[in-house]
Design a protein around this ligand. Structure first.
Ligand SMILES: Cc1cc2nc3c(=O)[nH]c(=O)nc-3n(C[C@H](O)[C@H](O)[C@H](O)COP(=O)(O)O)c2cc1C
Length: 456
């Protein structure tokens, strides 16, 4: 059997995610409905019908405020704002499904690890082990100011904090409660055996946590760990901690390069790189016929917001407004002021297949970037997905959608059956927790993962 595609719906508990300006499309209702639990429950049922592996919730803790040194373009266009807490919709979605899993983005830069560990344990219990954590270090200057800092913590130091954050989390999840701690012994009047519940007494450079963890062990103990970010320091972090890696890159070759690099680094940590899964973006506009898909693309392009796209590019630390009118190539340099995420900066500079001038970069934002979207009838779309899958070496995709839920419905009705017929996509779910489904192994972190060394 060929390797099968793992599929996540790329989502955000927000009015708009990456489809800039498309709230204006007549069929777009999410900017009204994302506040309703029914919207999320129906989405969960739809995705489980399409045998999606997970919903992947992106998240941010501030407004994109680098472009034009202003929050106005982002707020006006609803660029990832308003945005609600993704974790809070998950238990209702899990209750309406049996297999769909949930990856939730949480930053290690602003909220301390103790509460985060309890939130994930709670969700792992409530979902019966269908939870993953997408670990990010954040890139928005406004987020820093929302959490009491004047400036962002430097890029590489954010990853130093993340490393210690993970160590604290492993101590809580893996090392605090022994198996069998809940004894329920009515004779001795003991619900929980105190000898099996340990303080962690972590005292490090960034965190001090006594413990014990407040939640009893859940099915996975540590949620499946996702990471996204392609800087040197980000890859070093991924190689140590991540089980699933969301790799951004403009070409299949660049994605393959990052995958191989992270796998080599993981091996140096004594980890089995075959126990890691890699994901990239997937953008699809499908119609029953090519003409119908092209028509959809044209409609979407009509509603596109260039200024929201430029504002989102501020995640790189570049204020692209500062470069307007300049006819020279865009260098790879990230702003000293913000030190944003390298991945965004790299995509249109050093990772781009050819050197782009500032003018060419600006053009990319003007309309829906056709080069990054697969547009076609089901057969054409599946051919292109298969090509991308085989060329880049990824294990799966985070599927974007422009008009929700319409694009997901079309994908499930038109693309999924064809992927299944080609043997590229599952027809039934495997049993078990997310980790068991992804890696056909135990529900817990594997022995070669650094988190497992904290086990009692
Ligand atoms: C594909 C992809 C998706 C990401 N999604 C988020 C997100 O939802 N929220 C967030 O704060 N950061 C997100 N990031 C940012 C990173 O996880 C990371 O913290 C930041 O970009 C620094 O990464 P770097 O290693 O590329 O510099 C994403 C990055 C990539 C590559």
């Amino acid at each position: 059997m060929p390797k099968q595609i793992i599929l996540n719906a790329f989502e955000m508990n927000s009015s708009m995610h990456n489809s800039h300006g498309l709230w204006k499309h007549p069929k777009s209702e999410r900017h009204r409905n994302y506040k309703d639990l029914d919207y999320w429950v129906n989405l969960a049922k739809l995705l489980e019908k399409g045998k999606f592996d997970a919903v992947f919730f992106a998240d941010v803790l501030g407004i994109y405020d680098v472009y034009q040194n202003s929050k106005t373009p982002s707020i006006r266009d609803g660029l990832q704002v308003p945005v609600n807490d993704p974790a809070l919709v998950v238990s209702a979605m899990a209750n309406a499904t049996n297999h769909l899993s949930f990856a939730i983005t949480v930053s290690t830069t602003y909220e301390p690890p103790f509460g985060n560990a309890r939130r994930f344990s709670t969700l792992d219990h409530l979902t019966k082990g269908r939870v993953a954590w997408n670990i990010v270090t954040s890139y928005l200057p406004n987020a820093a100011r929302n959490f009491g800092l004047e400036n962002m913590i430097k890029h590489d130091e954010r990853y130093e904090i993340a490393d210690e954050y993970l160590d604290v989390s492993y101590k809580l999840w893996e090392g605090s409660w022994k198996d069998g701690a809940v004894v329920e012994d009515k004779q001795s009047g003991t619900l929980v055996d105190p000898a099996k519940v340990n303080e962690i007494n972590h005292s490090g450079k960034y965190f001090k946590v006594e413990g014990p963890h407040l939640s009893e062990p859940s099915l996975q103990r540590t949620p499946v760990l996702y990471q996204a970010g392609t800087s040197e320091r980000g890859r070093a972090f991924a190689a140590r901690h991540a089980e699933c890696i969301f790799v951004g890159g403009p070409t299949p070759e660049r994605i393959r390069y990052y995958i191989n690099d992270i796998k080599e680094r993981a091996e140096k940590h004594g980890r089995n790189p075959d126990q890691m899964k890699f994901f990239s973006f997937l953008n699809v506009i499908v119609g029953e016929t090519t003409a119908e898909a092209e028509q959809k693309y044209a409609e979407y392009a009509e509603h596109w917001s260039a200024s929201a796209a430029k504002a989102q590019y501020g995640a790189s630390g570049y204020d692209i407004a500062e470069y307007e009118q300049i006819d020279r190539s865009l260098p790879f340099e990230y702003s000293k002021k913000t030190e944003g995420g390298h991945y965004k900066a790299a995509t249109l500079t050093k990772d781009a297949p050819k050197k782009l001038t500032v003018g060419e970069v600006l053009d990319r934002f003007e309309t829906l970037d056709r080069d990054s979207i697969i547009v076609g009838n089901p057969e054409e779309v599946v051919d292109a997905i298969q090509f991308q899958f085989e060329q880049s070496g990824v294990d799966g995709f985070n599927l974007n959608h422009f008009v929700t839920p319409g694009d997901l419905e079309a994908f499930i009705d038109l693309v999924v059956p064809l992927l299944q017929r080609r043997g590229l996509y599952k027809k039934t779910y495997k049993p078990g927790t997310l980790r068991e489904k992804l890696f056909s192994q135990k529900s817990l972190l594997p022995e070669d993962h650094p988190g497992s060394k904290y086990r009692c």
